[in-house]
Design a protein around this ligand. Structure first.
Ligand code: HEM
Ligand code: SF4
Length: 556
């Protein structure tokens, strides 16, 4: 993985010392709450319902074993023994004391981690898919370009005060597993007919109160121009983005208002000044960064196929876990393993204890190449596991509560912290997730249902990606009470779609029944192995409405 150079290291340490001084001045009362607010946000420190929350960046979701151990140490020493992995591939600590934050950031800096630009109206953590660099359907490794974007955007003074936050995702696989089109800028890296690395660029996506899938603004861009082109996009946004209304400030509103064609034309005009300028990437620069991602230690071999087949045959749960939670690797004999952070009702999705983090770090070294990934679905991934080690790893993962074979199933929910922590929430989301997980405990039933994503957000900001869940749940406030609106038909991936609201909202206690009715209706309607999202696409919402709300009353 990428290693900091002296420049990166001194930049992060200087920042820590600056913040130490700011925190001291806040504690002494020299800085007011209002004066301190922008300073803390620039360092990823939020004020939530009960305590400060620190959001730590995990660039494109890649962690080393030592970094994960450090996160475990932070969780244990400064929080309540766990951390929360998020849809931005970041980690959040919910119970932080203000006076501890400079020390936490200093400790993070020792393992090349920080909280810079995890908040505020700037370019946020660059994301990609959790299998970047190892997926068997990948054309080119997107991580070097993601890293170049990170370096370019980190503390870039021109883009420190954008109209609103800005999120960029990059992917290079046949299947989009990075929700690329819900980003402000989304880039698909691929090889054109001439064998050149080119980028297909999208802009103007985002969830939140006006969910929009991004529009293509450039069909083919040679990779050398990635930074100058993104720079042009940001400049156009910086110039024309609405600063008068927070709710209309995201780039998606600008792209929608202008139309994607006009927006693209503006970008091209701006780019004409930047093209071939100083931010043009060179092969040497690319190779310098790509060097850190090269991996040639795949030498464990697949092991004995007959033994593996015997293990599969002897243990159904193991076979189910291999089927659901492992994924083909670009190197034969290896797989990528997803450790589910969603073992059932007792644990909020994405919460991982310090002990679990230490186990995962240890397994990554013992069975893999010392690397861990964070998925935007809030799970942890061991990207490089030899098939021969799977059985042992599975046993250990089960003991540690990370071996649930529910990847892609209804209980593999994406859930935001909601009203339990978040001061913006309209409703709690964690108890809803818990009640649904309790209702759908039977794994065999879930296997039979097949792929079905259920996402929950506690308010319209959509941190839980509810629009993109096959089933989405959104917390809404009605006269001070918590209600829940249901959407159906959302999807991520190559056929990304935004879910549609099915009708009036429900009370919290109704939610497990409502989801059960959704599932029963699907089971009644599906033909053979048709996936949930395909059934919704085929039959539309009407039969689901009947299944959920009952037969509409005949007109009198
Ligand atoms: C608890 C503190 C949090 C606060 C105060 C917060 C705040 C917000 C706000 C205000 C928005 C709407 C932005 C807009 O559309 O202009 C938003 C969107 C979003 N947040 Fe959060 N959020 C929090 C936690 C999280 C967590 C835990 C996750 C991941 C699980 C997350 C991921 C996202 C994503 C993916 C979006 C929307 C997608 C987009 O349009 O970019 N946030 N958040
Ligand atoms: S969706 Fe709303 S409730 Fe949930 S974390 Fe985001 S801002 Fe908070």
């Amino acid at each position: 993985m990428y290693q900091y150079d002296d420049y990166d290291a001194s930049l992060v340490s200087e920042r820590v010392e600056e913040f130490r001084d700011q925190v001291a001045r806040r504690i002494s009362g020299e800085l007011t709450k209002e004066e301190f607010l922008p300073l803390r946000l620039q360092n990823g420190l939020y004020m939530q319902k009960h305590a400060y929350m620190l959001r730590v960046a995990v660039p494109y979701g890649v962690l080393s074993a030592d970094q994960l151990r450090m996160l475990a140490h932070i969780a244990r020493t400064y929080d309540r023994g766990y951390g929360h992995f998020t849809t931005r591939q970041n980690i959040q600590f919910n119970w932080i004391k203000l006076e501890d934050t400079p020390t936490i950031l200093a400790e993070l800096a020792t393992v090349q981690m920080h909280a810079i630009q995890t908040s505020g109206n700037c370019v946020r953590n660059i994301t990609t898919e959790q299998f970047a660099g190892v997926a068997n359907d990948e054309v080119i490794d997107p991580r070097p370009l993601a890293e170049l974007l990170r370096q370019w955007s980190t503390l870039n003074p021109e883009f420190a005060f954008l109209p609103r936050k800005f999120k960029i995702a990059l992917s290079s696989s046949a299947q989009d597993r990075a929700a690329v089109r819900m980003h402000d800028v989304g880039i698909f890296l691929h090889q054109n007919a001439a064998g050149e690395k080119v980028l297909r660029v999208f802009a103007g996506g985002g969830l939140g109160r006006t969910p929009i899938l991004s529009a293509q603004i450039r069909e083919e861009l040679p990779w050398q121009h990635m930074l100058s082109y993104v720079e042009a996009v940001l400049r156009v946004y910086n110039r024309y983005g609405r600063r008068d209304n927070k709710y209309k400030a995201r780039i998606k509103i600008l792209v929608k208002a202008l139309g994607a064609d006009v927006f693209a034309k503006e970008v091209e005009e701006e780019w004409a000044h930047l093209k071939d300028g100083p931010s043009t990437l060179t092969e040497v620069e690319y190779q310098r960064v790509a060097y850190f991602f090269e991996e040639s230690r795949y030498n464990r071999g697949a092991g004995d196929e007959a033994i593996f087949q015997m293990q599969l045959a002897a243990n159904t749960r193991f076979a189910q876990w291999v089927k659901r939670n492992t994924r083909a690797h670009k190197v034969v004999g290896y797989v990528s393993v997803t450790l589910s952070t969603k073992p059932g009702a007792a644990i909020p999705p994405g919460d991982v204890t310090a002990k679990q983090m230490e186990y995962v770090a240890e397994w990554s070294e013992r069975f893999g190449l010392g690397e861990i990934r964070v998925a935007h679905e809030q799970n942890l991934i061991l990207p490089d596991i030899a098939q021969a080690d799977l059985y042992t790893l599975w046993q250990l993962a089960c003991e540690a509560g990370l071996g649930t074979p529910n990847l892609g199933l209804l209980t593999d929910m994406i859930v935001c912290p909601g009203g339990d922590y978040c001061s913006l929430a309209n409703a709690r989301s964690l108890p809803i997730a818990q009640a649904i997980a309790e209702r759908f405990e039977d794994l065999d039933f879930l296997f039979d249902l097949g792929d079905l994503s259920l996402n929950i957000s506690g308010c319209i900001n959509a941190c839980g990606h509810h629009h993109m869940g096959n089933v989405g749940i959104l917390g809404v406030d009605k006269d001070g009470e918590e209600w829940y609106q249901v959407t159906l038909g959302g999807a991520q991936g190559n056929h990304s779609a935004l879910g549609k609201v099915i009708g009036p909202a429900f009370r919290a206690q109704e939610m497990p029944d409502v989801i059960e009715r959704v599932v029963t209706t699907y089971c009644d309607l599906r033909v053979q192995d048709e996936a949930f999202v395909d059934t919704v696409a085929r039959v539309g919402l009407a039969p689901f409405k009947v299944g959920i709300y009952g037969q509409p009353k005949a007109a009198a």
